[in-house]
Ligand binder design. Structure first.
Ligand code: NI
Length: 175
């Protein structure tokens, strides 16, 4: 759990209890936090993800990194610290995945557009908006900070089917 190999942190998988626990607010904005953010981007890229929340690397704090361009556009790198969604608009239903639920993909309903208020690595509050994939990523990652996984947003029946599939993979040593 949370082993560090160089700068790359291991991403924990469901049902690790850290994933179900709401993160603590980040209160210290220092060099250590900046280093952690860099390591989170590296860990996310290494795992081929476009979003990573601190609880996924066993750090129960309200911090997430997103890059929907996956390294193509540095301007799209987004760090959200203590984020909250302050506006939601419309809806979208698209397939979603999660580094903590490898191989599981299901359609999830989300707001089409969101406005988020968050702090950056220096502690400065800012607002940012996103739509489509970025809106989805922000909602997915902020859910992680509240201990919510995308499978928790499925119907009871769908969620049960997914969990049955995971248990089968666990049994076969594939999880
Ligand atoms: Ni996720």
């Amino acid at each position: 759990m949370g082993k560090t190999v160089g700068k790359i942190h291991e991403v924990v998988k469901w049902p690790d209890p850290v994933l179900a626990k709401p993160g603590e607010p980040v209160t210290v904005f220092d060099a250590k936090l900046k280093k952690l953010v860099d390591e989170m981007f590296e860990s996310m890229y290494a795992a081929q993800g476009i979003g990573l929340a601190a609880p996924q690397i066993s750090i129960s704090q309200r911090l997430t990194v997103i890059d929907v361009s996956f390294k193509k556009n540095p301007e799209e790198k987004l760090v959200l610290i203590n984020p909250e969604i302050i506006e939601r608009e419309g809806k979208q239903v698209e397939e979603e995945g999660c580094l903590s639920l490898p191989e599981i993909r299901e359609k999830v309903q989300r707001a089409a557009k969101v406005k988020v208020r968050a702090q950056d690595v220096t502690g400065t509050w800012f607002e940012t908006e996103g739509e489509e994939l970025l809106a989805r990523a922000m909602q997915h990652e902020i859910d992680h900070l509240d201990g919510i996984l995308f499978i928790d947003r499925l119907s009871r029946l769908k969620r049960d089917l997914v969990i049955r599939k995971i248990k089968k993979m666990q049994k076969n040593g594939e999880w």
